[in-house]
Design a protein around this ligand. Sequence first.
Ligand SMILES: N[C@@H](CCC(=O)N[C@@H](CS)C(=O)NCC(=O)O)C(=O)O
Length: 205
Amino acid sequence: MRMKLHWSPRSPFVRKVMIVAHELGLADRLDCVRTVAATTQPHELLMRDNPLSKIPTLVLADGTVIYDSPVICEYFDSLHDGPKLLPAAIPERMTALRRQALGDGMLDFLLLWRNELTRPAQSEPHLDTYRTKRAKTLESIDAEADALARTRYGIGHIAIGCALSYIDFRFAGDAWRETHPKLAAWHATIAARPAFRLTEPVDDS
Ligand SMILES: N[C@@H](CCC(=O)N[C@@H](CS)C(=O)NCC(=O)O)C(=O)O
């Protein structure tokens, strides 16, 4: 059965679900519909499927709508009998979900940061907060780099990988690799996976 995905080549959350789809062999079942979701411009058509006006939003053949990215990833993972990207057993599941929350949360503040930078009168407390969160989050993931490399690949790796790649995409001068070489080495291994390479972000604006 085919599925419709409200999609953008710029969105790191869309990229996350596309990576999961590629990893699980589901990508060719998706009809990707280019959808521009902007924080300051609610999208009428998208809101018929998702009142939050956010992407990714998935619509199944029977009209069932699924969002947001963690829920879509969990749904995709339920569609196959192979090794799961979301482990079932505790504590592995909690570790994977916590890592997903870390990657997603990092993306949340990076998106807010970009929005703030486009405002005519930028708020220094907001910018300061984002700088602090960036530093602390990178420090935290760096401290976990060995554990990430040891743990079976799954949703946590994908979310964190997408978040690090988003720094490269949207904060081009950020030299995070120089200060976190171990994390950079881990990221290089994950970014080399076919599912990551097939979903490189593109600014089509
Ligand atoms: N928690 C959501 C976040 C999705 C999200 O923020 N998507 C952005 C695009 S990358 C969006 O739709 N922004 C539009 C808006 O903020 O109104 C998820 O994991 O899917």
